[in-house]
Write a protein that binds this ligand. Structure first.
Ligand SMILES: *Cc1c(COP(=O)(O)O)cnc(C)c1O
Length: 413
């Protein structure tokens, strides 16, 4: 195979049909940002929009803003925008709460639809908060539910008559391994189980077809590939066939049929609105709306193609430039089996990542030894991948990562 050089990467950028999208973001000069899978970059529109909502809406109109500026509609209105990115209908998606809370709400709703079955099936690679929420819910229900974890490739075959819900994250947060959503939905349906998908690392990173693949429930984050800002509100999806008969356990007044009737008894809203709990965070919603707007006119098929091309380039360049330094690819080599990230195991992974960040290349680290590099095709360029690998090579070749400063663990890795 011929060697790749930086000029070839620059040439790929010149032909990139998604290049226009990068101008929608504030990317600091000299920084290569490969962590949009953890926190999306800042859209250029966001600061001005928040300023408008603060000064012109909140400041001038005070509480009348709830009606005048449609604040009260934000969870549904933004949900309808997001629905287009995940293969859902507008009235099946809601922006609300955090991903963790939405796991709790939807898992409860799903379990109630299968009262005779007691197993929540997930995989050993699932994100801890999803598993913790399931564990806590099983304890709270106190009626024999248990969380069972199997290896990711054993999930489909484990679906049997005792499984109420199959709860999975489509893209593994550590390795980027991808579940076959269509196959698992079909298998669950045949076995009488329901599916709850976590799209934290899928929504905005690649096409998702919840209805086309027969998904029952889904949740995901607003602050990763959707660029909603730190702690952005999350989302949830309930397939329309379940809306009428499904209820979630957090009876908040925003899920009530008539919140401003102030009745003493709970009566859920018809439809997806019953999955709301309390007052929506208007400022955070405004930021998330700007994040969603970065997808205007963007074809997710093209996003997927570029994501795979960037990740394949990274893998090839690491082979070419960094052989012999103890890096082991921890992600599937085959793009079809992978989300939008590439992870490498390294014995000193934490320190190597800190040294990389010191050199202007931002990725992150997941214990025990994984360095993660996320590819957000809206703003990552081919030349960024080159620069990231060149910096990585330098960090490894000079053993710069051995400096004590790079070996001190921070709270967030
Ligand atoms: C990032 C992530 C979360 C985060 O949940 P929060 O409630 O936003 O903290 C949950 N699940 C998965 C799979 C994630 O990757």
């Amino acid at each position: 195979m011929s060697l790749i050089d930086r000029a070839q990467c620059v040439a790929l950028d010149a032909e990139d049909p998604l290049a226009f999208a990068r101008t929608r973001f504030e990317i600091p000069e000299g920084i290569v940002y490969l962590d949009g899978n953890s926190l999306g970059a800042l859209p250029k529109e966001t600061a001005g929009r928040i300023d408008t909502v603060i000064r012109q809406q909140w400041g001038r109109d005070l509480i009348t803003g709830w009606n005048k500026h449609g604040w009260v509609e934000l969870p549904r209105r933004l949900g309808a925008k997001l629905a287009k990115l995940i293969g859902a209908e507008a009235d099946e998606v809601l922006i609300c709460d955090s991903t963790s809370l939405n796991v709790f709400k939807l898992l409860s709703a799903a379990l109630a639809l299968r009262p005779d079955r007691k197993v929540i099936l997930s995989d050993t690679g699932n994100f801890p908060t999803d598993l913790y929420m399931a564990e806590g819910l099983a304890q709270l229900l106190n009626s024999g539910h248990r969380l069972e974890l199997v290896a990711p490739d054993k999930v489909a075959e484990r679906i049997a008559a005792d499984v109420a819900v199959v709860m999975l994250t489509e893209i593994d947060y550590r390795t980027g391994r991808r579940h076959d959503m269509a196959a698992i939905n079909a298998r669950a349906k045949a076995g009488g189980a329901l599916t709850v998908w976590d799209l934290a690392h899928s929504a905005g990173a690649m096409p998702v077809d919840l209805n086309g693949t027969g998904a029952d429930f889904a949740i995901g984050c607003g602050y990763k590939y959707l660029n909603g800002g730190p702690g952005a509100p999350a989302f949830l999806f309930v397939a329309s066939r379940w809306l009428a008969e499904t209820q979630q356990p957090l009876f908040g007044w925003f899920g009530h049929a008539a919140p401003f009737a102030f009745e003493t008894n709970y009566q859920p809203k018809a439809g997806i609105g019953r999955f709301q709990v309390g007052t929506p965070p208007v400022l955070s919603m405004a930021a998330l709306e700007c994040g969603l707007a970065t997808f205007d006119g963007v074809d997710l098929g093209m996003v997927r193609m570029k994501s795979l091309a960037l990740a394949d380039l990274m893998i090839r360049l690491v082979e070419q430039e960094c052989a012999g330094y103890g890096l082991a690819l921890a992600s599937p080599a085959d793009g079809a089996q992978r989300g939008s990230q590439v992870s490498y195991a390294h014995a000193a992974g934490y320190a190597v990542m800190q040294a990389l960040i010191g050199g202007g290349v931002i990725g992150d680290f997941r214990a025990p030894d994984l360095m993660r590099f996320g590819f957000t095709p809206l703003y990552v360029r081919y030349q960024d991948v080159w620069d990231a690998v060149a910096t990585l090579k330098n960090v490894l070749a000079t053993a710069e990562w051995r400096k004590p400063a790079f070996n001190e663990r921070a709270a967030v890795t």
